[in-house]
Design a binder for this molecule. Structure first.
Ligand code: UDX
Length: 434
């Protein structure tokens, strides 16, 4: 199969490289020449474990190429994937589809022979219809089908998730398009990943429903955590106690500082807007988004409380800044609201993150950066574990106690056992455990 991937961001690049690894001939296109130049030289624009090797290997075997212009790649392609960004539109929270519709127009003029145009970007219900309308308008003679194929991969585990998905969802309105998609994903379903073929609108909604459900699960356990703190219960035991029920399942029940990232905040908001427009509000999701937003700021207040109620003039050390480990992504990271709340309270904030400091510098003002966890903690009045990178899972507590100005440890990811930290002489605060 010949595949053109329009947009070489997170999803586009990972999907393109994985498709090439399956043996397809893939061209990843991006308008940004510096990104394409870097990729051709084997430098990755994002941090994702395993990606560099995967890209280099497939480039060397000439299955993966890059281009800034989509013309040639689209003309040759059996399937053209649109994997451009769909940010929240400023002001109203709707997904901004201008990159998607722009790509559709360009694709229309470049395609030759029967071509399946696939929306891989997360797009609101009805976008496939709109893409079809645009292509038809630009090229009334074209032979094509528009398919929705949402991507469920997680950052940090993107390659494994792509290659071993729980399911592949394909929203196709005609059988010959579904057939091309089965061919594209052949290595996966030979490997027992089910392909679910649905209508296009159903596939589009499925992606939003999945993310909203997961965001709800997290928010639910976060509220249980707050309640645990009030009534003297342990949220990890509650999570295990409910998660062993097969109908609930154990995953996505880790209480923490609230979800962040490029997907959950944006997608819940877009779903809320779609539902409002359809005059069928999704009230549970509305509440989830509001509760999660408030939670990030509340985490800043939790740190202030752990510091005895005031942080003015105190040095607070943050371990981990990215929205989760194994990524350099700072989008909607809880650390942003936490750092802000601490600075508003008059604290000096110092931070360390294994991969995220370059990105953090673009969104966080006025904080100092350290070279590792211990230099970050040096002289600090409180240490806050914000993101659970593996490097923070076995800190030398004795050493920390010696170098910190005050032994205050706030663990927003419940990485440590309260007894061990308290035995080391710290005042220890975590989430949903007393
Ligand atoms: C998510 C979805 O999992 C993926 O299917 C979708 O395609 C894109 O959005 P991602 O944003 O990469 O992926 O991260 P994920 O691992 O799902 O975590 C999202 C956020 O939820 C993080 O901030 C994480 O810290 C938080 N989280 C996750 C919790 O607080 N508790 C949990 O139990 C799980």
């Amino acid at each position: 199969m010949r595949v053109a991937m329009i947009g070489s961001g997170y999803v586009g690049l990972v999907s393109g490289a994985c498709f090439a690894d399956f043996g397809h001939e893939v061209c990843c296109v991006d308008k940004d020449p510096s990104k394409i130049e870097a990729l051709e030289a084997g430098r990755m624009p994002i941090y994702e474990p395993g990606l560099e090797d995967l890209v280099r290997r497939n480039v060397a075997q000439r299955r993966l190429t890059f281009a800034t212009d989509l013309g040639e790649a689209v003309a040759r392609a059996d399937a053209v994937f649109i994997a451009v960004g769909t940010p929240s539109r400023r002001g109203d929270g709707h997904a901004d589809l201008s990159y998607v519709t722009g790509a559709a127009r360009e694709i229309a003029h470049a395609m030759r022979g029967f071509t399946v145009v696939v929306t891989k970007s997360t797009v609101p219900v009805g976008t496939g219809d709109e893409v079809e309308r645009i292509i038809r308008e630009e090229r009334p003679d074209a032979d094509f089908a528009v398919v929705s194929n949402p991507e469920f991969l997680r950052e940090g585990a993107a390659i494994t998730d792509f290659k071993r998905p729980d399911r592949i969802v394909v929203g196709a309105e005609e059988e010959r398009a579904a057939e091309v998609m089965r061919e594209v994903y052949r290595p996966l379903y030979l490997n027992h990943s089910p392909i679910l073929v649905t209508s296009r609108r159903t596939a589009e909604l499925t992606k939003y429903a999945a993310n909203a459900f997961l965001a709800t699960k997290i928010t639910f356990i976060n509220e249980m955590a707050d309640l645990c703190e009030k009534v003297g219960a342990n949220v990890q035991d509650v999570a295990r106690g409910i998660g062993l029920d097969n109908r609930i399942g154990p995953k996505f029940l880790h209480a923490g500082p609230g979800y962040g990232g490029s997907c959950f905040p944006k997608d819940t908001l877009a779903l809320i807007k779609t539902a409002q427009d359809a005059e069928c509000p999704v009230r549970i999701v509305e509440t989830v988004a509001a509760v999660n937003d408030q939670r990030k700021r509340a985490m800043g207040r939790k740190v202030v409380a752990a510091c005895g109620g005031a942080v003015r003039g105190k040095r607070v050390a943050l371990l981990g800044l990215t929205f989760k480990p194994n990524t350099d992504d700072m989008r909607d990271a809880p650390s942003i609201a936490i750092a802000q709340a601490l600075q508003d309270g008059g604290a000096d904030v110092v931070a360390y993150d294994p991969e995220g400091m370059e990105q953090a510098k673009k969104v966080l003002d006025g904080i100092a950066y350290a070279d590792d966890a211990y230099s970050c903690a040096e002289g600090a009045d409180a240490l806050v574990l914000v993101t659970e990178w593996d490097a923070f899972r076995a800190l030398d507590l004795e050493r920390l106690k010696r170098i910190m100005a005050a032994p205050v440890f706030v663990d927003l990811r419940n990485v440590y056992r309260p007894e061990e930290v308290r035995e080391a002489g710290f005042s220890y605060t975590s989430v949903g455990r007393v």
